[in-house]
Write a protein that binds this ligand. Structure first.
Ligand SMILES: Nc1ncnc2c1ncn2[C@@H]1O[C@H](COP(=O)(O)OP(=O)(O)OP(=O)(O)O)[C@@H](O)[C@H]1O
Length: 557
């Protein structure tokens, strides 16, 4: 394939062959034009020269700045180039992030808006998450985050919260690259990658979220995700980090807490768990201990050493719903004033459904994660309590607001729901529903007069006809600004992905959906799991029918 030279960005070469071989110096922007290449000068200006006053955090890959690009607030992650990270590895990570994220859009993944290289630095540009990370909220991490604890790679820092506390995953590409060796086993990393990243505690930090079966055998599957989610639940409940320092025993993994309590003098009892709960959760009657204990029980199930005994993510989701309803009821019955527990929406399913309705018009596949990360939204509601946020009334599973640059009028009209509820899926397919098919021959550049970040239009249907898919214009590199050419529509890429009806559902799932709808409940993913796991080749089948969740007795105080 002949590389395409982007207008106004001569160094950005779309060359999939060299990218695959890992030899491309510059990552390719997504042909749909969703991800933009910015000049170093623009990013430099947008961050006021990477001013320390605009730095909002720092991770293993570099510092993050609150920036203004095209009058839009963005987060700029400037990849660091110090001795700690192997340059080749960093470059590869950069490419991976751009390559992966430019292809996917998901309401629970932070949007990659663009990238930049030049001036001796590489930057990734994301939509700005006003509430920063779950870690920030749990641990009150401030702007001096990097001074306090460097290089602790933790999943809760990769869960970012937007202004409505909707949870979004970040570092998709970076994390994926880091967490897997070529053999797929984190414990089996060899070569430069391990040498460079192992040094920075990446591997240890990542291990804090991984179950034994993955560490030993590199077995992937949704059971691994469920396990990781269990660790995050424990973080929220205990207020401790997944990998933390203990005065007596040094470094400790939070995931070991389950076993420790089981082996402890109290046994795995309510009393033992009660002692572990973060006091901030209960402060001012914000959270019912009984509800927290139910979540703790759920976390224990997620952290079961036997992956087959872990609940399916749907069950986790429904259980969290139940607990929140329980907490709301208890809180409202025991308090004469307004209860402090965020009230669940009237119908969680319907709010999830509303989101899915919008998304379904994009042509989702049934095998994808929906906003099942609304489990994370439940979680962020809980964490908002522990951080005593004034925003604790944030809605659970509320629709994420459009990006500031997104025109709400461009949102597709709601169609009849095809939402199937939280789905179990193999992670490699988890984002498929938002996979933007490459638009043939499409490239992009920027126009100062137009927002240079993707807008909601890319989700818009019906898409505008696309001609050659090339955006002309742009300014910074000497191109002439001619604006958005007639006929260009990022939505074209979606159209090419979903040429026919927007919903693809096999007959079996259609029947199941109808049945569930009749029962007044949305489809549960377990019913689909055979299809999903079969197709994904995973040996994990989710919990057996009889393997119902057991919970600690919920006592009312
Ligand atoms: N899109 C964003 N919007 C707002 N703040 C962000 C954004 N991305 C990151 N941050 C802030 O910057 C901090 C560091 O994020 P970053 O992703 O660089 O590191 P990390 O996730 O802590 O670690 P690593 O990247 O090494 O996994 C986050 O904890 C968060 O406070």
């Amino acid at each position: 394939m002949e590389p395409e030279i982007l207008p106004n960005c001569r160094k950005c070469v779309f060359d999939t062959k060299s990218l695959r071989a890992g030899s491309a110096i510059f990552p390719p922007p997504h042909p749909s034009g969703a991800v933009m290449c910015w000049s170093y000068e623009e990013v430099h200006a947008g961050t006021e020269g990477f001013s320390a006053s605009l730095q909002v955090g720092e991770g293993g890959f570099g510092a993050v700045y609150r920036a203004s690009l095209s009058n839009t607030v963005c987060a700029v992650k400037r990849l660091k180039q110090d001795g700690e990270l192997d340059w080749t590895v960093l470059m590869k990570s950069f490419q991976t992030e751009v390559e992966k994220l430019s292809k996917f859009r998901h309401p629970n993944i932070v949007d990659l808006l663009g990238f930049s290289e030049g001036g001796g630095s590489m930057c990734l540009i994301y939509s700005y998450m006003e509430n920063q990370s779950l870690e920030d909220r749990l641990h009150n991490v401030t702007q001096t985050h990097h001074n306090l604890h460097m290089c602790v790679f933790s999943s809760d820092s990769n869960i970012l919260l937007d202004r409505h506390l909707a949870a979004k995953l970040s570092d998709f590409g970076l994390a994926q690259f880091v967490s897997r060796s070529s053999s797929g086993r984190p414990g089996d990393q060899t070569g430069a990658q391990t040498k460079s990243l192992g040094k920075t505690a990446t591997v240890r930090g990542t291990l804090a979220y991984l179950p034994d079966e993955y560490v030993r055998n590199g077995q992937l599957g949704t059971a691994v995700d469920v396990y990781s989610f269990g660790v995050v639940l424990l973080e929220v409940l205990t207020g401790r980090r997944a990998l933390h320092k203990d005065m007596r025993s040094g470094e400790r993994y939070l995931k070991d807490l389950v076993e420790e309590l089981e082996d402890g003098p109290c046994g795995s009892s309510e009393a033992a768990w009660r002692k572990q709960l973060d006091e901030r959760l209960m402060a001012g009657g914000a959270c019912e201990p009984a509800g927290c204990l139910q979540v703790a029980a759920l976390a224990c199930r997620c952290l079961d050493k036997n992956k087959r005994r872990r609940p399916a993510m749907t069950k986790v989701f429904h259980r969290l719903e139940d607990v929140q309803t329980f907490m709301w009821r208890t809180s409202s019955s025991s308090s004469s004033s307004a209860p402090s527990v965020p009230r669940p929406p009237l119908s969680l399913d319907s709010s999830v459904g509303a989101l899915s309705q919008q998304l379904s018009s994009l042509g989702p596949l049934e095998d994808s994660y929906p906003s099942s990360l609304s489990s994370l939204s439940s979680l962020s509601s809980l964490s908002s309590l522990s951080s005593q946020s004034s925003q604790s009334s944030s809605s659970l599973c509320s629709l994420p607001p459009p990006h500031p640059l997104h025109s709400s009028s461009s949102l597709p009209p709601l169609s009849s729901s095809s939402f199937l509820g939280p789905c179990e899926t193999d992670e490699s397919r988890g984002f498929s529903q938002y996979h933007l098919s490459p638009q043939s021959n499409g490239t992009s550049s920027r126009d100062q007069n137009h927002p240079s970040v993707p807008t909601e239009d890319q989700y818009n249907f019906p898409p505008q006809p696309s001609t050659d898919g090339v955006l002309s214009g742009g300014t910074s590199s000497g191109g002439t600004s001619s604006g958005t050419p007639a006929g260009f529509s990022p939505a074209g890429s979606l159209q090419s992905m979903c040429p026919g009806p927007s919903v693809h559902m096999n007959p079996r799932n259609q029947r199941l959906l109808e049945k569930k709808t009749e029962e007044g409940r949305i489809q549960t993913p377990e019913l689909l799991s055979d299809d999903l796991y079969g197709a994904a080749g995973s040996d994990f089948r989710g919990p057996e029918e009889s393997d119902e969740l057991e919970y600690l007795p919920a006592k009312h105080d």
